[in-house]
Structure formats: structure tokens, C-alpha cells
Write a protein that binds this ligand. Structure first.
Ligand code: B12
Length: 505
């Protein structure tokens, strides 16, 4: 273990711990609060709190552990736990900082862990008593021991020198989520590998896992699978990253008769044996990063292995094997112009994509993309809560920021239009894949519900406006040329070039 040491005088007093609370903060628009305890109907988008159930499992048994996921229950700031661990990704960092401030004011010891703390440990440390950067295994028990011994202040950032062997990953404490299980698509999330060896320039996984992929012993995974129901999700980042391992795992899983979904790269399409093994192991669908139709964008993303020209053939091969495809798409890359949204919608229809996760290009801290955008002064918004892939936080090269936002909203709303969801579902049903049809229907309706609730409609920036609209726009332009009213203020060069300070509140 490696750690950042700070002055000894800051060490805390010895503290007896009996209770530990683990918190998953939620964004404002989906959060359950004590004032309004109704849980938003978006169950299909809640499927894993494996981070916290795993941290709970690494907590020494003498402590009583509870979990609060703000997506499904209100957080009680007057908790009787002495120590609170908060897990968060970048998009919820502001909420995590707010919770930490409130809890520390109440005398609690508050520790951060997860993606954002790992990728921005120094910034995070300003808000917490300590930060666990990386896997909890091996570090979290040490933090708790340091608190009891009064040594916590000596170490502010706990970090592994060498990434731990995944043989040490404990079975997650799913029992701690039993009371809220009905709000999740499944609480049965399983991880068989961590990380991904591909070096995609926008991806946090590469930075977090130091561009490695570690695998769990197959017998440990099988033992865990035997304890859970038939349907579950593998939350791996690229489950076929280590092909030989994946083949062995899938072959060993076949007799268990499970049904699962996961994430992988398009490379699965190139290996017929792998496809068959995955299907026979119960794979129903894969989330696959298609990302873009432009080879220039793929080169910027360090993802040339996707090869845009081969998409349709490869996707067809996956679907022929009986595996559905949810496409991960990124818009706003330098090669994208205002026509990208229409082109993409057409492609998604022709390629018979079952579900879509649309992401506006977002430079996440710790990634090469973030360094480039920061260096070039192209980050336009420094509020982490907007780093949820649904907000434009960059200055795009091939269109305006407004066009990017409008076009992305339009594409999402169009893909999840009710008639299109029905059509896709019927098509899948008629091809004899009832399980996949139900899954695609539920997912489609959930995304649609989110779009309606968040009033996402958008506008196709490449569409020719109707005559009335063109007339009003021309009149507005003439008026603003004459009077100067309504002109957008240009940002100053100093503002553009200055190093950005990210909003921590
Ligand atoms: C399932 C999942 C989701 C689920 C739920 C996630 C959740 N827990 O809240 C849903 C669908 C809601 C989701 C949404 C999003 N997600 Co998501 N998600 C994942 C995924 C695939 C798996 C998470 C998981 O279960 N991991 C398994 C556990 C075991 O790993 P872990 O969480 O890292 O936990 C370990 C350590 O980090 C540490 N640890 C974690 N927490 C704590 C806390 C303490 C106190 C301690 C000591 C240690 C500790 O110990 C754990 C065990 O070693 C990850 C990718 C990944 N590999 O993790 C992306 C990931 C976390 N998501 C990501 C993103 C970007 C998003 C979205 C913003 C956008 C999107 N389109 O996906 C939205 C955000 C919505 C919002 N506003 O909140 C990024 C985060 C990047 C970042 N820098 O923030 C990831 C890494 C994916 C990626 N390829 O980049 N996601």
C-alpha cells in the first residue's frame, strides 16, 4: 500500500467505532428526500450498488453496517453511525461534498471512495477526513483500524501500490439491500473482471485500473452465481477483454442455466465460438460502445478497432447469435457536424439496434480527453453535476454548443418515441426472442419516462426550419443588428485560457 502522508499534528483522537453507514449519493432530479419520499419510476436504470455491497463485505465483522442509496431512500443526516463511507462518480461529486460537509459538522468521520475520489484524490480530500483511491479490498479495513487507533490524520489518501489480486474479492453483502430491492431492475450485479486493456481516450476505466484487466478465479464467480437467482447482470467493463478467460467462464456457466446482460467491445462479433459460448451461457444482450460513424472520431478516441465500415455486418452477427445490442453512442466529437444526429438515427434503425445510451462527449477527469480539452480551453462548464453525459460542458469543433445539446436531446427523444419502441419490440418478438423483447420494452419505456419527466425534446439542428420559423429568425436577427439587443456576449480570451477551477459546491 502507498499513501500520502500529511502532518502528524492533524491526527484524530482514538475513536471506538460500532456502526458504519455507506452512502450512494444521487443527483437532484432523481434523489429521494425526506420531504418527498416517493421513488421515481426508473427501476430499469437502477441495477447495481455493487461498489457499496462490496465495501460492506470488506468491513470487519465487528462493525454493524448499513447502506443508504439516495436513489431509493432518503438519507438521515442524524445517523448514529460514527463513520460514514461515501461512494461517488463525478456527476454526483457536488452532492457527495454537500453530504460530507453536513456529516462532518455533526462530528462524523467521513471517508470517500469510488471513481471520482480515485481520479481526483487531492480535490476530494479537501472535503473528507480521508480518501480511498482504488479498490476497497485491503484499504478499507486499514482506514477503520487507523480511525480506532487515532492514526487517521496521518494518511489522507489511501492507495494501492500494486492492484490487488481479485481472488480476494469477497461475496457482496446483498442482504443489506433486501429492504429496497424492489426498486432495482436487479440487485444481482456480479463482477468477474475489473478494468479494460483498451486505452480509449475518453474512458475513466483505463485511468482507474491503470489500463489493466484483472480476472477473478472462475470457481469464485461460479460459487457466487450459484447463490443468486436466474436473472442477473455482469457489470464488467469489457467481459470479453481476456478472450481465453471469457471462453472458459462461459463454458463453465452453461450448465447453470442463467440469463444475463453485460458490456463488451464489438470484437465479440469476430469470434463465432465466443458468440456461441456467450449465448449458451445465457447472454441476452450486450451494451457495446459503437460510439461514432466517423473513422476520424474513432482515431481521436483511440478506438480504431471499432472500424465504422464494418458495423452493420458485425452487429448483424451478434444479433444472429440471439444476443441483443444496446449501443453506446457519443456525439460532439471534433468530426461531428450538425448532420450527425440524423445520420445516427438512420444508422440505429438500419442496424436494428435494440436500445441506445446516448452520451454527449464529456471530458472526465483523469482521462487524456480531459487533459486535451483543458489545455485547449475548450471546457465551458465546470459544474461536476453536469458531467452526466446529458449536458454539454465543452465547446465542440463542428457545431455550436447549443446545436450539440439540441441535437443530442432530439436524437434521444426520437429513438425512444413510443411508436419506435413498439416497432422494435414487435420485431424482436416476431423473431422469437420474447425475453429480449420484454427487456427492450422495459428499458425503452424507462428511458422514455426519463425523457418526458426531464422534458427532453430537442431539435434537429440540421433540419430546415419551417417558413414561419425562418421568417421569425430573420426578423430577430435584423432587430438585434439594429438595436444590439439579444447578441450573445463573447467570452474573453483570458477566461478561455485560464486554468479552470471546478465547482465544488
Ligand atoms: C452500474 C453502473 C451504473 C449504474 C449505477 C451505478 C451506481 N453504483 O451508482 C447506473 C446505470 C445508474 C449508472 C449511471 C451512470 N454512470 Co455508471 N457505471 C456503472 C458501472 C458499469 C458498474 C458499477 C459497479 O457496480 N462497479 C463494481 C464495483 C465493485 O466497483 P466500484 O464501484 O469501482 O467499487 C470499488 C472501488 O471503487 C471502491 N469503492 C467504491 N465506492 C467506495 C466507497 C468507499 C467508502 C470506499 C472505501 C471504497 C469504495 O471499492 C469498490 C470495491 O473495490 C461502472 C463501471 C465500473 N466498472 O465500475 C460505470 C461508471 C461508474 N459509470 C459512469 C458514468 C459516467 C455514468 C453516468 C454519468 C453516465 C452514463 N451514461 O452511464 C451515469 C450517472 C447517472 C447519475 N447522474 O448519477 C462512469 C463513471 C466515471 C466517472 N469518472 O465518474 C463509469 C466508471 C463507467 C465508465 N466507463 O466510465 N452507472
Amino acid at each position: 500500500m502507498d499513501s500520502v502522508r500529511i502532518s502528524k499534528t492533524q491526527a484524530t483522537a482514538k475513536m471506538k467505532i460500532s456502526k458504519v453507514l455507506l452512502v450512494l449519493p444521487a443527483a437532484r432530479h432523481v434523489r429521494v428526500t425526506s420531504g418527498d419520499s416517493s421513488v421515481p419510476r426508473r427501476k430499469m436504470l437502477r441495477f447495481s450498488i455493487l461498489g457499496l455491497t462490496t465495501v460492506a463485505a470488506t468491513t470487519p465483522p465487528q462493525y454493524e453496517v448499513t447502506i443508504c442509496d439516495e436513489n431509493v431512500e432518503a438519507l438521515d443526516l442524524d445517523t448514529d453511525a460514527e463513520v460514514v463511507g461515501i461512494s461517488f462518480m463525478t456527476a454526483v461529486a457536488p452532492r457527495a461534498f454537500e453530504i460530507a460537509r453536513e456529516l462532518r459538522r455533526r462530528g462524523k468521520i467521513v471517508i470517500a471512495g469510488g471513481f471520482h475520489p480515485t481520479l481526483c484524490p487531492e480535490d476530494t480530500a479537501e472535503h473528507f477526513d480521508a480518501v480511498v483511491a482504488g479498490d476497497a479490498e485491503g484499504l478499507w479495513p486499514k482506514v477503520l483500524a487507523d480511525i480506532e487507533a487515532g492514526r487517521l490524520g496521518e494518511t489522507k489518501i489511501y492507495r494501492h501500490r500494486d492492484l490487488p489480486d481479485l481472488a480476494c474479492v469477497p461475496a457482496p453483502r446483498r442482504d443489506l439491500t433486501a429492504h429496497t430491492a424492489k426498486y432495482y431492475a436487479t440487485i444481482n450485479a456480479v463482477q468477474t473482471t475489473r478494468g479494460c486493456a483498451n486505452g480509449c481516450t475518453y474512458c475513466s476505466i483505463t485511468a482507474f485500473h491503470r489500463r489493466t484487466q484483472r480476472t477473478r478465479p472462475i470457481e469464485n464467480v461460479l460459487a457466487e452465481l450459484r447463490t443468486i437467482p436466474r436473472d442477473f447482470i455482469f457489470v464488467d467493463d469489457n467481459i470479453i477483454g481476456d478472450v481465453e478467460y471469457a471462453k472458459k467462464l462461459f463454458a463453465a456457466m452453461a450448465p447453470l442455466k442463467k440469463r444475463w446482460i453485460s458490456q463488451c467491445s464489438l470484437r465479440i462479433a469476430d469470434d463465432p465460438e465466443l458468440l456461441t459460448l456467450a449465448r449458451d451461457a445465457g447472454c441476452m444482450a450486450m451494451f457495446i460502445g459503437i460510439e461514432t460513424l466517423s473513422d476520424a472520431n474513432l482515431a481521436d478516441f483511440g478506438k480504431e478497432f471499432n472500424d465504422a465500415a464494418g458495423y452493420r455486418k458485425r452487429i448483424a452477427a451478434i444479433r444472429r447469435a440471439g444476443i441483443g445490442v444496446q449501443a453506446g453512442i457519443i456525439v460532439g466529437a471534433d468530426g461531428d457536424d450538425p448532420g450527425v444526429f440524423e445520420r445516427m438515427l438512420r444508422f440505429l434503425r438500419i442496424a436494428r439496434i435494440d436500445a441506445l445510451q446516448l452520451n454527449i462527449l464529456t471530458p472526465l477527469p483523469g482521462t487524456p480527453l480531459f487533459e486535451w480539452f483543458d489545455r485547449d480551453g475548450r471546457i465551458s462548464d465546470t459544474d461536476w453535476s453536469k458531467y452526466d453525459f446529458r449536458h454539454t460542458v465543452i465547446r465542440p469543433a463542428g457545431m455550436t454548443a447549443g446545436q450539440l445539446q439540441d441535437g443530442a436531446d432530439w436524437l434521444y427523444a426520437q429513438f425512444y418515441r413510443l411508436d419506435r419502441i413498439i416497432l422494435r419490440t414487435l420485431r424482436t418478438l416476431l423473431s422469437g426472442k420474447a425475453g429480449l423483447a420484454v427487456l427492450a420494452w422495459k428499458l425503452g419505456m424507462t428511458y422514455r419516462y426519463d425523457n418526458i419527466r426531464e422534458r427532453i425534446v430537442g431539435r434537429n439542428p440540421a433540419a430546415r426550419p419551417a417558413a414561419g420559423h425562418r421568417f421569425r429568425a430573420a426578423a430577430r436577427r435584423a432587430w438585434s443588428a439594429l438595436t444590439g439587443v439579444g447578441k450573445r456576449k463573447a467570452k474573453t480570451t483570458e477566461q478561455d485560457a485560464s486554468r479552470l477551477r471546478f465547482n465544488a459546491s
